[in-house]
Design a protein around this ligand. Structure first.
Ligand code: SF4
Ligand code: SF4
Length: 152
């Protein structure tokens, strides 16, 4: 694994939904196809008999919001959130990442990430032990709704 995919906070950028290129390519393609077909007009017609098609504008709104989640470059190379107190903190201390921090276990800045990414501390321990370029093969699930041994 390339070190660039290990974010300052210990997340693996490869596993983040916003970095999923296939997903965003598909969303882009779907939006284009729907627009070429003037599917909005078709949806209005279909809505006369099936009210679900009346929700088509909401569907398009959600597609646009999904597109806005896209993150094209790893956090370490300038991607990620525009403002991140974790990144600021790590860089301010001159660390490579939170795995180098002795205050990590009591750090409340990581609490939100811990609630979404149940392996965050386990992964930070792995990174501390194997280094930011060699821990990938040992990592567990990324998001709390995923199942261990059932994919990423
Ligand atoms: S923006 Fe912050 S929370 Fe997101 S990956 Fe980067 S360091 Fe982690
Ligand atoms: S205090 Fe330590 S663990 Fe918390 S965000 Fe800063 S570097 Fe990371």
């Amino acid at each position: 694994m390339n070190e660039k995919f290990t974010a300052w906070c210990g997340l693996c950028c490869i596993d983040c939904i916003p970095s999923n290129k296939d997903l965003f390519d598909l969303v882009h393609k779907l939006e284009e196809n729907l627009s070429d077909l003037q599917f909005d007009e078709y949806a209005k017609l279909k809505a006369e008999k099936n009210p679900v098609f009346g929700e088509y504008p909401v569907f398009i709104k959600v597609l646009k919001e999904i597109k806005s989640l896209k993150c094209s470059i790893p956090c370490r190379e300038g991607g990620g959130k525009t403002v991140c107190e974790i990144r600021n903190c790590v860089q301010g201390k001159g660390y490579l990442g939170c795995w180098e921090c002795s205050d990590r276990y009591s750090c409340t800045k990581l609490d939100y990430l811990r609630s979404v990414h149940p392996n965050l501390d386990y992964h930070l321990d792995l990174i501390g032990k194997y280094g930011p370029d060699s821990w990938l093969s040992k990592r567990g699930i990324h998001y709390r709704w995923q199942k261990e041994n059932g994919g990423k």
